[in-house]
Design a protein around this ligand. Structure first.
Ligand code: C2E
Ligand code: CA
Ligand code: CA
Length: 316
C-alpha cells in the first residue's frame, strides 16, 4: 500500500489492503501491491460503504421488532430487534446485505452501538408502559472479539435505564467458534452482569456439544431452515424434536423461528416447544406498530387454548 496514492482515508486504505491481501493469497508470488484494476466495483462499493457510514451516523437505520410468543400462554414474551437500512434511493435494505459490509469495513462497532442504544431505549419505554417484554439483540461475530463490548453495553444500559435481565443477546455457534477463548471470556463477563444469551440458528454451525456446554445459555433458537420443513421432511421433524429435548435437558428455553403456518405451530405444540417466532404470528414490525398492539392489549391472548387461530387473528 502507498499512502496517499492508494487513498488518504484510513478506512479506504484498510479496505484496499484487504483486496490486495486476497489477490496475494491467490497469486504464486505470495505478495501483491494494490492496483485499481483489482477491484472492478470500486466506485460502487466505496459509495455503499460511505453511505452506510453516513446512515449509521445520521439515523438512516431503523429497528423492527418481531414478537416471540409463548406457545403455552399465547403471550408475547419477547421481541427480536431486526435491523433495516432505509436507503434514500434503494429503499429498505435487509441486514444480510449490509451487516457483512459493516463487518468488513470496521463499522460493526458503531453499528452495534446504534442497535444497542435504540433497542435499550425502546425496551425501557415498553417496561414503563407496563409491557414486560424481553428484547433480543443480534450480535455479530466481530462484536464477540471486542474486549470493550461489556463496557459498551453496560454504558448504554445505564444511560437508557434498563435492567440487564430484560435483554437477551443472540450469538451464533460459528461466531463463538471463530475465536472461542476470547468470545467465551466476553460472554462470561456479560453473563456475570446479568445479560442472558441465546444461540441463534441452532443446528447450522459446526460447534461441538462439549463447547456449547461451556456457554452460559438461557435459550436455543432452532434455525428456520429446519422448522419450515417440519411438515414435509421427517428428518427435519426428528431434528427439531431432538433439539427441543436436548434444550430442555440442558435447562434451556427452546424457541422455534420460521413458524409460517398454523400446522407448524400445532406440531411444535405437540413437541412441547416453548416459544414460537415467525410470519404466522407476525412479521417484524416497527416500534410504532408494536406500541399500537400494546395500547390495544393485543399482546395478551387470554384464552389461547380455545383457539389456535387466535394467534393469526390477533397479531396480524
Ligand atoms: P436471524 O437473526 O436469524 O433473524 C431471523 C430472520 O428471519 C429475520 O430476517 C426475519 O425477518 C426472518 N423471519 C422471521 N420470521 C420468518 C418466517 O416465518 N419465515 C421466514 N422465511 N423468515 C422469517 P432479517 O430481518 O432479514 O435478518 C436477517 C439476519 O440479519 C438475521 O438473521 C441476523 O443474523 C442479521 N441481523 C438482523 N439484525 C441484526 C443486527 O441488529 N445486528 C447484527 N449483527 N445482525 C443482525
Ligand atoms: Ca437472531
Ligand atoms: Ca436465526
Amino acid at each position: 500500500m502507498h499512502f496517499p496514492d492508494h487513498g488518504d482515508d484510513v478506512d479506504i486504505l484498510v479496505q484496499r489492503a484487504s483486496i490486495a491481501l486476497r489477490i496475494a493469497q491467490q497469486s504464486s508470488k505470495g505478495y501483491a501491491t494494490y492496483e485499481s484494476s483489482f477491484d472492478k466495483n470500486t466506485p460502487l462499493r466505496l459509495t455503499l460503504i460511505s453511505e452506510l457510514r453516513h446512515a449509521i451516523e445520521r439515523d438512516g437505520l431503523e429497528l423492527y421488532y418481531q414478537p416471540k410468543v409463548s406457545i403455552k400462554s399465547g403471550e408475547i414474551i419477547g421481541v427480536e430487534a431486526l435491523l433495516r437500512w432505509i436507503h434514500p434511493a434503494h429503499g429498505v435494505i435487509p441486514p444480510d446485505e449490509f451487516v457483512p459490509i459493516a463487518e468488513r469495513n470496521r463499522m460493526i462497532n458503531p453499528l452495534t452501538h446504534w442497535v444497542l442504544r435504540r433497542a435499550f431505549r425502546d425496551c425501557a419505554n415498553w417496561h414503563k408502559q407496563g409491557f414486560p417484554v424481553k428484547v433480543s439483540v443480534n450480535l455479530s461475530a466481530k462484536d464477540l472479539h471486542d474486549p470493550e463490548l461489556p463496557d459498551l453495553i453496560s454504558g448504554v444500559a445505564v444511560s437508557s435505564n434498563i435492567k440487564p435481565s430484560w435483554i437477551i443477546l443472540e450469538i451464533t455457534e460459528s461466531s463463538v467458534m471463530s475465536e472461542p477463548e476470547n468470545a467465551l471470556g466476553i460472554i462470561k463477563r456479560l453473563h456475570g452482569m446479568g445479560y442472558q444469551f441465546s444461540i441463534d440458528d441452532f443446528g447450522t454451525g459446526y460447534s461441538s456439544l462439549a463447547y456449547l456446554k461451556k456457554l452460559p445459555l438461557s435459550e436455543i433458537k432452532i434455525d428456520k431452515g429446519f422448522v419450515m420443513d417440519i411438515l414435509n421432511s421427517e428428518n427435519d421433524a426428528a431434528i427439531v424434536k431432538a433439539t427441543i429435548n436436548l434444550g430442555h435437558n440442558l435447562g434451556l428455553t427452546v424457541t422455534a423461528e420460521g413458524v409460517e403456518s398454523k400446522e407448524i405451530m400445532t406440531r411444535l405444540m405437540d413437541f412441547s416447544c416453548d416459544v414460537a417466532q415467525g410470519y404466522f404470528l407476525s412479521k417484524p414490525v416497527t416500534f410504532k406498530e408494536l406500541n399500537q398492539w400494546i395500547s390495544d392489549s393485543r399482546w395478551k391472548i387470554a384464552d389461547h387454548n380455545s383457539s389456535l387461530t387466535a394467534f393469526a387473528g390477533l397479531l396480524n
